[in-house]
Design a protein around this ligand. Structure first.
Ligand SMILES: C[S@@+](CC[C@H](N)C(=O)[O-])C[C@H]1O[C@@H](n2cnc3c(N)ncnc32)[C@H](O)[C@@H]1O
Length: 265
């Protein structure tokens, strides 16, 4: 393990690793079907470099589908959750037995400590926008086999589908100076498509059923919350809780979501 620049890269999410682990949603099954279809890569047996793997949301699902995953992240706390969960895995997300041990690498995705041509897939699940847009893709191309593919995906609240969610996002926009999301008119997905001549894109709608407290844990795990003072973050979470409880006294949310999936070569 090294300190310095890596520590700086990992700092943002390391401070919210527990909230991230507990509060962020997984990706829907349909995304994995689309990923295989668009990339032409069968996940079973595929070697995948999961860059910005964090606590392992995508890593776990890929492994459950038979992929060998090299999980890369500069966040020591985030990776520690990924490793400890992997140690307790028994294939619970799939029908198969326990997946092979995960390789967790504390590193910067802009300088992958991996040999050329080792991977069938390089994945960035909600992470590519944290990397250098040019250097990261050059690195991904280097570690890919010739017929491999680069995958970006983002799990997003689909605020246009529910007034209460639009209001929730609007409260965030009002309270958080660095907010960048659907309440901002010019908001758009990270421009990973621009890095490729051949790119397949897909929007995958799904619904997340979640309790209000878990939903608020997810809120706490965003980088813009980690950047706020604890008191300001608490006030914002409290305000959101009051409004959500008013709208859903039973405490359960049905959140319209959509995944933006981009597969490039
Ligand atoms: C929003 S989290 C996504 C985690 C996970 N992939 C998921 O789907 O939930 C972004 C992750 O990117 C990582 N990250 C930030 N800068 C990075 C870099 N230069 N190289 C690799 N990962 C980076 C962060 O440490 C964090 O774990």
């Amino acid at each position: 393990m090294s300190g310095g620049p890596l520590k700086d890269l990992g700092r943002v999410f390391d401070s919210v690793a527990d909230a991230y682990d507990a509060g962020r949603p997984a990706y829907p099954d349909e995304m994995y079907r689309a990923l295989s279809e668009l990339s032409g890569v069968d996940l079973d047996g595929a070697t995948t470099v999961d860059v910005g793997a964090g606590t392992g949301i995508l890593t776990r699902a890929l492994r459950a589908r038979g992929a060998q995953v090299i999980a890369v992240d500069p966040g020591a706390e985030m990776l520690a959750r990924l490793v400890s969960r992997a140690a307790g895995e028994g294939g619970e997300e799939g029908e198969r037995g326990a997946p092979p041990p995960v390789a967790a690498v504390l590193a910067d995705g802009n300088a992958l400590p991996l040999a050329d041509g080792v991977a069938d897939l390089v994945t960035y699940a909600q992470s590519w926008h944290w990397l250098d847009p040019v250097v990261s893709i050059a690195e991904a191309r280097r570690v890919l086999r010739p017929d491999g593919a680069i995958v970006g995906c983002w799990n997003l609240n689909h605020a246009a589908q529910a007034d209460w969610l639009a209001a929730y996002e609007a409260r965030l926009a009002e309270a958080v100076p660095t907010y960048w999301g659907p309440a901002v008119e010019e908001w758009s997905v990270p421009p990973i498509a621009a890095a490729f001549e051949v790119i397949e894109e897909r929007w995958i709608p799904w619904t997340r059923l979640v309790g209000i407290e878990d939903f608020l844990l997810g809120l706490r795990s965003h980088s813009y919350m980690a950047a706020m003072s604890p008191q300001t973050a608490d006030e914002l979470v409290d305000r959101q809780r009051v409004e959500l409880r008013k709208a859903f006294p039973e405490g359960l949310l049905s959140v319209p979501m959509r995944v933006y999936l981009a597969v490039g070569r």
